[in-house]
Design a protein. Structure first.
Length: 160
């Protein structure tokens, strides 16, 4: 189990993983804090009132942190990974953050789209968050995050 790339990437870069998880989790109230001083309280109460959304939001944040640490691991250590396999993950992160997670971003989207579209996106943001979770999982899979790493197996066998 510890020879799987995703666990090794987290083990190699735990600080980066944790920082990305925390950053993604708290970025919404920080962005909203520019417009209202009560942003953190509103955000926290919203999470308490909608536990399904809170679980999806937490899952999205954790997967984002894991994806970033796997990307950094793949960039420096993984020889059989293709760098273009990361594009869907970054696109899914952006999609999930702007449409599914960040209601403060809707003021920006509202300038570009009609009101009906903005209301639709707000009403079904959980679908877009779920879609972004699936895209990030797909990108982790494309980077080989769920595969055993041959180099790690050799290293473990040398230690034993």
């Amino acid at each position: 189990m510890k020879n799987i790339r995703i666990f090794y990437a987290i083990k190699k870069r735990p600080v980066i993983t944790f920082m990305m998880i925390v950053t993604m989790f708290f970025i919404t109230p920080l962005i909203q804090g520019f417009t209202t001083p009560l942003a953190f309280e509103i955000w926290f109460r919203d999470l308490l009132q909608k536990p399904t959304i809170a679980i999806m939001y937490g899952s999205f944040s954790v997967l984002f942190g894991i994806f970033i640490s796997l990307y950094l691991y793949s960039r420096s250590k993984c020889l059989d990974c293709k760098k273009e396999d990361t594009r869907p993950g970054f696109a899914g992160s952006l999609l999930g953050f702007v449409i599914g997670v960040c209601p403060a971003c809707f003021s920006f989207i509202g300038v570009l789209l009609p009101l009906g579209t903005s209301i639709f996106l707000t009403s079904y943001s959980y679908i877009f968050t779920g879609l972004s979770i699936v895209i990030i999982l797909f990108s982790i899979s494309k980077l080989g995050g769920f595969r055993k790493d041959a180099a790690l197996l050799k290293e473990t066998n040398r230690k034993n």
